[in-house]
Ligand binder design. Sequence first.
Ligand code: OSB
Ligand code: MG
Length: 371
Amino acid sequence: MRLERIELHHISQQLVHPFRTSFGAQLERACILVAVYGEGLVGWGECTASIDPGYSYETIETAWHILKDFLIPAVVGQNLSSPQDVAARFGWVRGHAMAKASLENAVWDLMAQAQAVPLAALLGGGGRDRVEVGVSIGIQPTLAALLERVNQFVARGYGRIKMKIEPGWELEPLSAVRQQHPTIKLMADANSAFTLAQAGLFQEMDSLDLLMIEQPLYYDDIIDHAKLQARIKTPICLDESIHSPHHARWAIELNACRIINMKVSRVGGLSNALAIHTMCAEAGLGMWCGGMLETGVGRATNLHLATLPNFTLPGDISATDRYYAQDIAEPAFALNTADSTITVPTGPGIGVEVMLDRVQKVRVRYEAFES
Ligand code: OSB
Ligand code: MG
């Protein structure tokens, strides 16, 4: 298929609630939406880089630059045989996983639409029509505020709670939530805020029956995570440390984690996500689909991916109203409260419609490319 036109839409939407992690607070969520045109269809992908380099080195600016100057020129006007063909053309570019993923994932959507199948089918998934999900709760100003927030989400039907932690906000808030909800699926995400010298804290967490502890140590580290995993019973889940199938292999070989948080954007696109999915299945690692406060575009991509069989744990894919009052895609995603799941769209491609009038209202920058 010939890629006739590519558009970049940098948008910024207000979050319904501020989201604070160990690396900073967000009130607004920006992203780049990538639209690819071919055979009279439009495919969409989302670049989840943030305004600042707090989660990863990529930012909206670096992604725009890499997309405009290197990735788009490699595919616009070209005849592409498959989405993997896109990944191959990006292979020489070092890093910049989120920039690559946005364009590759848009082509996956386009090609699934061209075959009139849901994205899940093109990925080799589709084994489930709904995906088990949870909610990720930011660091709160007080314990009382935290408990209220957790209770709100439990009342709304979320069956798995992830709490952000940082030094000084760990054992006490985790124990308080565990006390109030003795059997709920509970986990912690440190976003790299601790060091191996604090291993004792994580040993104490072993008594809290946590599903896992996500990325406790340095963002680019695998070695110290292996040392920590050897000292604690609770499974370690790696997020920030896994940028490609290479990192996944190293983590598996070193026993640095028992679970991987799969963010398709962090690993450079759906082709790499599929490769890591196979590696985890073969090595017996658990997996789940992470989130980056996506719009409906990225959330739809995530839902299709999470239908693959080795997504064994609930994902960070919450209902639209947990993030945005009105999102740019329709229909909004709702939680199935009976089983804490979200239903996977059934239409062709990612199966959501991007509302261009809404995109224009929240758009900061726009550029179109043709050859
Ligand atoms: O570490 O998983 C993370 C959001 C932004 C950056 C990093 C993370 C997160 C989340 C939110 O935890 C997950 C979601 O989209 O609901
Ligand atoms: Mg995380």
